[in-house]
Each structure stands twice: as structure tokens, then as C-alpha cells.
Design a protein around this ligand. Sequence first.
Ligand code: AMP
Ligand code: MG
Length: 420
Amino acid sequence: MFEVSAKMLSYADAVELIQQQLPPPAVVRLPLSMSSLKVLAEDVVADSDIPPFDKALMDGYAVRSQDVRKAPVQLHAIGISSAGRPLACKLAPGQCVQIMTGAVVPAGADAVQRVEKTGRINDSTVEILEAVSEGENILKQAGEVRRGQVVLRKGTVLTAVPIGVLAAFGYTHVSCYAAPRASIVSTGDEIVEITERPETGKIRNSNAYMLHAQCRSLALEVDLLPIVVDDPGELKKALSRALLNELVLFTGGVSMGEFDYLPRVLKESGADIILHKVAIKPGKPILVGRKDRSLIFGLPGNPVSSFVTFELFVRPAVRKWMGFAGSGLPKIWGNLLRDVRQTPGRIFFKAALTAYTNEQFQVDPLDTQGSSDLTGFAAANSLLVVGADVSFLPAGSRVEVLLLDRYFAAGDSPPSLECV
Ligand code: AMP
Ligand code: MG
């Protein structure tokens, strides 16, 4: 176990320590329409064969292949089988049935000849122009899936296609790993609602909306709580409201400033402080605590720090909580396009624009005004990782990069990464 001490934790130790705080995965049954981006908590079996009958794959005529071996031959057409309207019959020698794609192949038929290779002589006679072999243009019952077969494994992330598969087998509800509901609380005397024009010294509550979007990207339900002033009593009240949810995100008030009351308020409220301060840039003052069934994050107020610490600590924790196999951001290695310098001591997650060109990732570090410059950061789609002991990375270095959601966002790929 790690000790909470005055010593700053490393990034890796902090991630590990947070992961140890997570509750064991809980399983919930959700309506299928509410299951998007959850993780399946059980194997799912097919309740029926697919297709459930021998199915025509072409428009044409269902025939006995032996009858048309010496085509061209004329057959007696005895009816129509269309999708959803099967023809109850059994083909006798010399007979055929007009059939549509998706329709049930009538008993006795063992092949379908495509309409282009037939000619209608009159109402009851059809000429089959070419032979077909047994089974041609038919998908046999259970040709795709057999009843009882496992069609989705526990651990599958429920994106559109698995949800379609569940629907195909009649699952109206599905067992998934539970996700925490989140409370978001912005703190600070200077913070005003985004509907206001801030007076001198004030600043709009952008973090709450950004964190809300980050939570929504994990499909979390969120309560956006009112802004709290820098007052221990008010913070305490806000904390007890926020603790109704299992995931509590505070932003602001976690540094060493005189009015940064959150660490004290958490302690006085009986929360366990798991960690305070991690050797990272941006985001050093991050605070993590636990009370009852809630995990509490105090994220630094500077918007870039708030965003980055969510990505580095909250997202992996929530993903593990929700049963995802991989918990962190996608990591790649790329070619650094420009020199990067930093004061060593803390691992640096620097805004970067990464593109895949000339068969490798090219990493362009961005010049921003630092952890308050969210607008400058908005051009980034990735975080360049500069080790804590590194002071200089020359252009051309092979560098580690974490890809942000935005890297994959539709319409937002770097010019070289073609979107279809
Ligand atoms: P703090 O971590 O409370 O010291 O806040 C650091 C800085 O982050 C403040 O001076 C604000 O400029 C900014 N900040 C704090 N909270 C927010 C917020 N909710 N939205 C936008 N900016 C914020
Ligand atoms: Mg503050």
C-alpha cells in the first residue's frame, strides 16, 4: 500500500493508488436503449437460428437443382414466396416457385435461379435458362448463427453493432457493469455562470461544462451543481449534496492558496484523503479522497489542468469502474517535429497536434500560454509526454503521445488522416 505523505506521488503511483480505491464492479440490468457505451457483464447466447429458415439470397425462382441440370428447361410456376409471406407447398418434380430476396425457400426446393437467368413464358410457365447447383443462392437455416451459440462475450463494449446483435436476438434488457453517476461542483469567489458577462476579476464557469462533456463521453449521468464560493461552510454543504453520487468532481480550490479550502473541508467531513499533489504538469495540486461509497476528485481550477487531470486520472478510474479492459488513453509513438524544453522535475503532458503522415505519427507541440489557455489548447488532439527527468527533446526524437478523444472525432482528423 502507498502512504499518503507530503511527498509528491509519481504519475504512475497516483494512477495505481486511485485504481485501488474503486469498488468491485456491480452489475445492473439496463433497457437496451440505455446500454450504449456500457460494458457487457455476461456472455450472450442466440435465442434462435439466423436465418431462422432457408432464405433466398436473390430474386428469381426456387427450383429443384436436378430439374434444371439440362437447362434450358421449362418449369411449372405454382406461386410466389416473398419476404414475410412464405408459400406453404412442397415442390414436386417439374415445379418452381417465384421467390424474392429474404423469402422462405419452399420445401422441396434446393436452389434459386436468379431472375436474370430465367424467362417467363406465360402465367404458369417459366423457362430456366441456366443450371444451378444445389444450395446456390440459398442461405441455409442457422447458416450465420445457431441457437444457443455465444454471440457476444462478457466484456464487450456496447457500441452500435453489439447493440444491434442484442436486438436481433430479442434482448430488451441487458446486464452491464454499473457506471457511477457524477456530481460536478465548481468552486471560487471569482466564478460566475456562463450566462453572465463577468465583471473585473470574475471568470465564467467553463470548467463545469467541459467536465460535463468529458463525463458524457463516458456515457455518465451527471448532476451539474451550483457554483460554490470560497467558504468552508458553503463547501461543506456542497460536499454533502455532491456525495449523493458515487463520483464527485470538484474544480478549483485545491492548491495552497489561502482560500483553497477543499482539502481541509474533505478532512473535516471525514473523507479519507487518498492523495494530494502528483508530480505532473499541468495539474500538480490534484486531490483525491473517498467517503462512504463516493470517490472524490478535487481538480485544479485552471481549465487546461482540469481537463488534463480528468483525462489522466478520472477517465481511467471510471473506465475500470465500468468494466473496460483498457483504462487509459490510447498511446502511440511518433516523430517530434520541433524542439521541446522544460524544467525537469515533473512529467509534462504538453498540448500537441498529431497527424499520421509518411507512415508515422508526426507530433507537433503547440505553443500555448499554459494551463489557463484553454483556447490555445483547443487546437490539440493529443498530449506529448515529456519525462520528469527530461529537460530537452530535440526535433526528430521518438516521443510518447497520448491521443485524446478529439483525435478520432469525425471531421476533426488531421488533414493527412483520411476520413471516409
Ligand atoms: P484555483 O485552482 O481555484 O486556484 O483556480 C485557478 C484558476 O483557475 C482561477 O484563477 C480561475 O482563473 C480558473 N478557474 C477556477 N475555476 C474555474 C472554472 N470553474 N471555470 C473556469 N476557470 C476556472
Ligand atoms: Mg479558487
